[in-house]
Ligand binder design. Structure first.
Ligand SMILES: Cc1cc2nc3c(=O)[nH]c(=O)nc-3n(C[C@H](O)[C@H](O)[C@H](O)COP(=O)(O)O)c2cc1C
Length: 160
């Protein structure tokens, strides 16, 4: 039997990048902070994000056409907090979030390390999460080489 507390503590000690997943539903643009995302396949080009079934973002993502993985830079700590519900959420037109609109009509947050625009490909139930697999329709690197890192429940920077 796996102890929940030990599970969480061990997983928290895997250093990860941080992204905001942007999508759109009837109520406007939406963003959610994640660390469980990544590359899945080159041919076809696929990426994934794992979302807890019980959070609001889950059904919004299910009802969207696709999503963007905005890989955050260190200067984006505020947005990482904002889109994880720790501070008030951005308005549905993303007025307070500097961005441009990408190929899928979804927000690309300014200053990111990279942007991965995905159309929904498949979804798989994975315990209390759903694995959202996206077919990559556009992918680009940003100018920042200063990614935001999450380790032991803290936002950190890479030290070169
Ligand atoms: C650094 C960080 C990483 C997170 N990674 C994930 C993740 O990979 N999947 C997930 O479902 N939630 C993740 N969360 C939690 C969600 O951001 C949070 O539950 C969500 O914003 C709740 O809001 P909602 O109910 O409006 O969707 C993460 C939070 C933080 C701060």
């Amino acid at each position: 039997m796996i102890d929940t507390k030990v599970f969480k503590n061990v997983m928290a000690r895997i250093p990860t990048a941080v992204a905001v997943i942007t999508s759109r539903s009837d109520s406007g643009f939406h963003g959610v902070t994640v660390s469980s995302f990544g590359s899945l396949s080159l041919d076809p080009p696929l990426a994934y994000v794992s979302i807890l079934k019980e959070i609001n973002s889950h059904d919004r993502l299910l009802n969207a056409d696709g999503f963007v993985i905005n890989v955050l830079a260190r200067e984006h700590t505020f947005f990482a907090e904002q889109f994880s519900g720790q501070t008030p959420l951005a308005d549905p037109d993303f007025g307070g979030v500097p961005h441009k609109i990408g190929q899928m009509g979804l927000p690309l947050i300014d200053g990111c390390v990279s942007w991965i625009e995905c159309r929904h490909w498949e979804q798989h139930a994975a315990g209390d999460h759903t694995l959202f697999i996206g077919e990559i329709v556009n992918i680009q690197a940003g100018e920042s080489d200063d990614p935001l890192v999450y380790f032991d429940r803290e936002f950190l920077e890479l030290s070169w």
